[in-house]
Design a protein around this ligand. Structure first.
Ligand code: PHE
Ligand code: FE
Length: 287
């Protein structure tokens, strides 16, 4: 996710983009990418949706070093008409939505420092590009992301950005998908994380619940630690179909009168894949 409300830096364009300045990365920065890439590449093949691996391949992201956005955009453009553009960090909601609606994915151009190997506050180029870009090469997911951007403008007008951002959070960032009888990862926040890519599938702590659009938009989320709850979609086609063919206008009106659902709550109407122990989250609170 790349949103917030800071003032636009002087060197950024009106749409908040900046040159990536790929030639400025040091060899240590490229090596940091390679290290992160290698860790994920080892672990992901049997955990992530095959479409993600396919995206890495057709975008040639398996080559060493931080990708050059221009080159990456050329390949992505050929696959699905998307581009990757650099921004200094977080950007305001309207700017973010506008880029997505125009099939431009905004990515931070800086990379984390060695001290931030496993945890960082602001999304860096590894999270943004490794995590998000491979699936943008998938036609259905690519359409979903554009539709989300268009939906963002409507949500802003309806004062419902918080609702819509939950959809982004529980799908684009932390989504799981059913694949035959197993669950697979597709959310960028998971696939770019060494520790959460194991936790999200294997740990008994979190709940794993079937995707339900309206229920999901009532559910709080946490940004400071592993998720306590993951929503599982049936397929990208189903996700696109359900979101595209639902008019969110009436949904926002309806939701305005309903209270939020706590993160760890399981409702009688939920399709439960895993009833989590919540042991991980409880231990953290107690500590
Ligand atoms: N259909 C949603 C609306 O009416 C827009 C949307 C589509 C949001 C796809 C997310 C994903 O606002
Ligand atoms: Fe993200």
């Amino acid at each position: 996710m790349a949103q917030s409300l800071d003032a636009r830096p002087a060197d950024a364009a009106d749409d908040w983009t900046i040159p990536q300045q790929w030639e400025r990365y040091t060899s240590a920065e490229h090596a940091m990418w390679d290290k992160l890439f290698e860790r994920q590449a080892k672990m992901l093949p049997e955990r992530v949706v095959p479409e993600f691996i396919h995206g890495l391949d057709i975008l040639r992201m398996t080559r060493p070093g931080i990708p050059n956005f221009e080159e990456l955009s050329e390949r992505l453009m050929r696959a699905t008409g998307w581009q990757v553009v650099a921004v200094p960090g977080l950007v305001p909601d309207d700017v973010f939505f506008d880029h997505l609606a125009n099939r431009r994915f905004v990515a931070g151009n800086f990379i984390r420092t060695p001290e931030q190997l496993d945890y960082l506050q602001e999304p860096d180029v590894f999270h943004d590009v490794f995590g998000h870009v491979p699936l943008l090469a998938h036609p259905v997911f690519a359409d979903y992301m554009q539709a989300y951007g268009e939906g963002g403008r409507r949500a802003a007008a309806a004062g419902a950005i918080e609702r819509l951002s939950r959809l982004y959070w529980y799908t684009v960032e932390f989504g799981l998908v059913r694949s035959d009888d197993a669950l697979k990862l597709y959310g960028a926040g998971i696939v770019s994380s060494f520790t959460e890519s194991v936790f999200a599938l294997d740990d008994p702590s979190p709940n794993r619940l079937g995707f339900d659009l309206k229920r999901l938009m009532r559910t709080k989320y946490r940004i400071d630690d592993f998720q306590q709850n993951y929503f599982v979609i049936d397929s990208f086609e189903d996700l696109l179909d359900q979101t595209l063919n639902t008019d969110f206008g009436p949904l926002y009106t309806e939701l305005a009168t309903e209270h939020d659902i706590e993160i760890e709550t399981i409702l009688a109407t939920d399709r439960v894949y895993t009833r989590g122990t919540q042991a991980y989250a409880r231990a953290k609170v107690a500590a």
